[in-house]
Design a protein around this ligand. Sequence first.
Ligand code: MSP
Length: 654
Amino acid sequence: MRFYLTTAIDYVNNKPHLGTAYEKIAADIIARYKRLAGYDVHFVMGNDEHSQNVYRKARELSLDPVEYCNRMESEFRSVWSRLHISFDDFIRTTETRHRTAVQTLLERSRVAGDIYDGVYEGWYCISCEAFKQEKDLENGLCPIHLRKPEWIKEKNYFFRLSAYRDRLLQFYEDQPAFVVPESRRNEMLRLLEAGLEDISVSRAGQDWGIPVPFDPSSVVYVWYDALINYASAVGYGQNQALFDKWWPADLHLVGKDITRFHCVVWPAMLMSAGEAPPRQVFGHGWVLTKGQKLSKSLGNVLDPLDAADRFGPDPLRLYLAKEIVFGSDGDFTWDRFEEKYNVDLANNLGNLVNRVTAMAERYRKSQLQAVPPNEAMTIVAAGCVKEYREAMDRFSLDAACRQGFRLVDATNEYIAASEPWALAKRPDGQAALDEVLWTANEALRVAAILLGPVMPGSGDEILRRVGAPPGGERPLHLDRDSPFVRSGQRFLHRKDALWPRLEPPDDEIAVTTKETSVTDQPKPESAPQPVAPPAAPTPAPAASVDGRIGIDEFMKIDLRVARVTAAERVPNSKKLLKMTIDLGTEQRTIVAGIAEAYEADALVGRHVAIVANLKPAKLMGIESNGMVLAASPEGGKPILVAFDLPPSPGTRVR
Ligand code: MSP
């Protein structure tokens, strides 16, 4: 099984930004997934160099354009390497192999009678590198670049695109999945149904480009040139065996702005030259920031390396894959990125890695022996793998990520429910403890495999920590991997947290008023309430004479269900536990005086009742935002308020 995958090739007049990187990251996830699923993958990316903007930029810098493109190649390659993009080949349109392919295809199309000469008179937008019709403009400007296009009149060679309308319509009917998502397919169909005009395929009076083989005074139009990269990268016009091996391409991944070139022009060019069209084109959406296009003039262009340098490439890759519905536009903001980092990585996945390796160390000296895994968890894991594969196979990257995290959540909940810390204390609990440890470790291993294409470095690191090093004892192909292994042993490695939680900078922590802050109390542990941090004195409610309050007074207290997503003892404190809780709409930190009654590990996954509208208070330097409800018997240990069934986090308690 082979899979030939390409991305758009980038203009090199600017370095990569978050939008262009998004496409490469998405393609890389698909390539890695296909490799994992046992395909022989050929993943090609590259640079589009024959653009007028590139030529101008080189001139501005007093550089020879090829020299400029060489420098940009290094720049692009280093960004892609930092983002862990695992392409197999990188093509540049100034390479000889590409020139040969372009000239071959153009010549074959001419022989087929599809190229003729004429004069083009009309608009041309250099930023789009596209000929524009009056109807494409808005107030005389290119609607994409908000610039007035140039009026040009020159001798051009034309490609008889109009002659391919019916064949293309037939092709769309025969190959209903040629263009995905469906919305883009419909767009293309509407375009075809409206009829096609012939297109220019050359530019006169320019040096920068590939000479037209039958008229060296003209160069090939940059889009006609660029599209052919997909064929030249696999030997078109020079290495037939290689071309036969990989063509037709299985997937071109491109932005929604350039689907027309890929879904109408490119298949017609290939049909004319007697070659098969690609099997599929996916038109992905745009990365926006605060709903706006990334643009230099708005000054909101985001550099993917800013995120990679701060957190490594994986959190960024995860954010882009999981938070953007693949095919639609999506938003990136630092706030949201950091929030998702804390929830998905610090609290959920990172916490699970920590728990599993810490428990294995504490209870089994980091050495686990295979035992039959827990049945319910085996079923959950098999379901996650199946749905993950289905999602990946339809390129639903966000849904695939969610399946990986479904397994992570289920494992955290399984650990909480089976209480290994309690089993460890019981002589008759040892077999059950072995089952929990092995099952949790296997579930984490499978989750690491599923998330590996999205977070390659982290996936490998987790596999090393759970004692199943990548490329180690057994292949990790999904099709051969029943979810859990039932024999052998694993040597685990406990290490530092993979993703330390990001805390807001100190000056952002709202120690709102002097009286709500208890930071300056020398012994916060001696605070009277076992559960809550000392609360701010609040004005006494207007109580009736017998001390009873009305419903209005009661309703001022915002009681909510929360799910504990992480918990740890507060260092140097006997009583205090720091918990991260999920309130459905937000994550919060709460410090509670329950450490003598509850183990931190036992709380993760548990549903608790909290007072959600309590003013923040600081305990042992940690800001607590809310209070967990517990019965507080005189002289006894606190007992958490519990629910019969776990309600959704955020549900109001009355
Ligand atoms: N050189 C052409 C493509 C030729 S392919 C034969 C080109 N280059 S580009 O540098 O402008 O864009 C490269 C890819 O990045 C395109 O698929 C484009 O849609 C994509 N993106 C550019 N900005 C983007 C976002 N803000 N968000 C997502 N993808 C975007 O077009």
